[in-house]
Design a protein around this ligand. Sequence first.
Ligand code: TYD
Length: 200
Amino acid sequence: MFITFEGPEGSGKTTLIGKLAQYLRAQGRDVVVTREPGAGPFGSEIRRLLLESGDLPPTSELFLFLADRACHVAQIVRPALERGAIVLCDRYTDSTLAYQGYGRGFDRELLRRLNAMATKELVPTMTFLLDLPPAEGLARLTRKDRLDAETMDFHERVRAGFLTEADRAPHRFVIVDATRCAEVVFDEVALRLAQLVDED
Ligand code: TYD
């Protein structure tokens, strides 16, 4: 079972994923927590290039995210799914649509094809979109990377883009109001996840 978590910066994804992993492991489940960009040794090199280099042409940025994804899916996600693990992944293909598509203006149909190529068409079982206004998310950050430093207009487009993508695939997306406190968000997502795991 492949579960992804999407949303703007400071939406609390990372903390939430950690707690969900603990909760599922306590039930005896095999859980793999991973993220994009930056999983594995290759991924961490790409992550450094992506988030810490100065000016990077948007096309280079796009291909670095895709390079990270292709390696991540082949070397980490697929092997874990094949042995029956629940994979909880912090960002995936929808981030490319939101940031490089709605944010940077790349053609979204092209991005869908590139995502399909990078993942060999691996689509998440369920995607939790932690939604909150960008100003609120950015205010929660203690350290800003290259993308966090983008304009507010960029972050507004990213948020709207995530919501549009969620509308396009309502069977896969669950929109979660991330302005609420972390415990309430956790309870809601854990309940949904428990239902999914039980159905499996
Ligand atoms: P990260 O520190 O992991 O952000 P967060 O904690 O908010 O998840 O940095 C990842 C950054 O990369 C984030 O700003 C979103 C961006 N990103 C893209 O622009 N495209 C992508 O395909 C992915 C996976 C991430």
